[in-house]
Design a protein around this ligand. Structure first.
Ligand code: 1CP
Length: 324
């Protein structure tokens, strides 16, 4: 099977069209009709094996009462939460009625999808969502969040715990609404020392997976700890996830030997190679398939589709993945 992270998005003209209609990115996420259409666009165009809900990981801070906005070309901007005092200004619990349009999108998409196409619900992992909440934007050095987590772990834990509870509930609500699989995005797994990685990345994902499994033992959980490096070893076992998204820095033969015996692998074409296309892409796809096709494997990228990607390259990629 094949699907792509950020398969809906700015590289598709039909997405740009609806995005303009919606006005802002957040109003697109909270409009079930438009969000359904955008979720289905890449599935209809390319015949992918899964649809991923069109939403964002930063809807959780939005539903906690933090000010979140997406500035065109500039990424997300949040009014930062940098200590316990700031945290006390947010709600203790997510306002799930605020997120009801998201669950409505899930159920509408589920009712419209062909039965052999899976619907993937998702959320950000607590650490990754916290980086945006604390820094206020995409970060390079993670100064504020690291200083908080290292200097006062007991108050930082309050934030992570709140996000852990919210994320587990948010995933369960997506499953109730019709998601077949859920994915936890840990985009910033690669910025912590090992002890802190275990405490702030691995542990919360373990708790979330356990809570999802208590309610929905049959629903597969995928995690994508991007950039975790040697932290990938033992990660699936420690968290209990069924699927492991691997980024493009990991050698596929190593992944096949060390990780794939224990867990279904998902990945890992570099999105820049998809953008470049042609013989470079064909060779890379061949290499990934020959290394990983002998075990449980879902073809994907090693990170999200880039906005400048020609859609024809995506169509060719799907064909390459499917041919013998
Ligand atoms: O202007 C636009 O149209 C907004 C671009 C955009 C899109 C299409 C953003 C802003 N989010 C999304 C959708 C989105 N985000 C999906 C939808 C489903 C799909 O994959 O097609 C998903 C799963 C996400 C997840 C997400 N949002 C992540 C995790 C994956 C990753 O990219 O590492 C992260 C970190 C975000 C935060 C975010 N949302 C948007 C931006 C520009 C960012 C910051 C990304 C960064 O810091 O690099």
């Amino acid at each position: 099977p094949v699907w792509m992270m950020r398969q809906a998005g700015r590289y598709l003209p039909e997405y740009r069209n609806l995005r303009t209609k919606a006005g802002s990115f957040l109003s697109l996420c909270y409009d079930p009709k438009l969000a359904t259409a955008v979720t289905l666009q890449p599935v209809e165009r390319f015949g992918l094996d899964a649809a991923i809900l069109f939403s964002d990981i930063l809807l959780i801070p939005d539903a906690l009462g933090q000010t979140v906005s997406f500035i065109e070309g500039d990424g997300p901007q949040l009014h930062p939460v940098r200590n316990l005092k700031d945290l006390e200004k947010l709600s203790n619990e997510v306002n799930f009625s605020h997120l009801s349009p998201v669950y409505e999108t899930v159920s509408t998409v589920a009712s419209q999808l062909n039965e052999n196409v899976a619907l993937i619900g998702f959320a950000g992992a607590p650490w990754t969502v916290a980086t945006y909440m604390v820094e206020g934007h995409t970060s390079k050095h993670f100064d504020f969040i690291k200083r908080w987590a290292f200097s006062d772990p007991s108050s930082f834990e309050i934030l992570i715990k709140r996000l852990t509870d919210a994320t587990a509930m948010h995933l369960c609500k997506q499953i109730e609404a019709g998601a077949d699989v859920v994915q936890i995005f840990e985009s910033w797994a690669g910025v912590l020392p090992p002890k802190e990685f275990a405490r702030w990345c691995v542990k919360p994902v373990e708790v979330i997976t356990k809570r999802v499994k208590e309610q929905f033992p049959e629903v597969p959980v995928i995690a994508f700890p991007r950039g975790a490096g040697v932290g990938y070893i033992g990660y699936a076992d420690a968290t209990g996830v069924d699927g492991l998204g691997v980024d493009y820095t990991l050698p596929t033969t190593w992944v096949a030997k060390v990780l794939q015996p224990d867990v279904c692998i998902q990945g890992n074409l570099d999105p820049q190679i998809l953008l470049v296309g042609g013989s470079v892409m064909r060779a890379a796809v061949r290499e990934i398939k020959s290394a990983l096709n002998n075990g449980p494997f879902v073809f994907n990228l090693g990170h999200g589709v880039l906005p400048q990607t020609p859609p024809e390259h995506v169509a060719e990629l799907v064909q390459l993945v499917r041919e013998d």
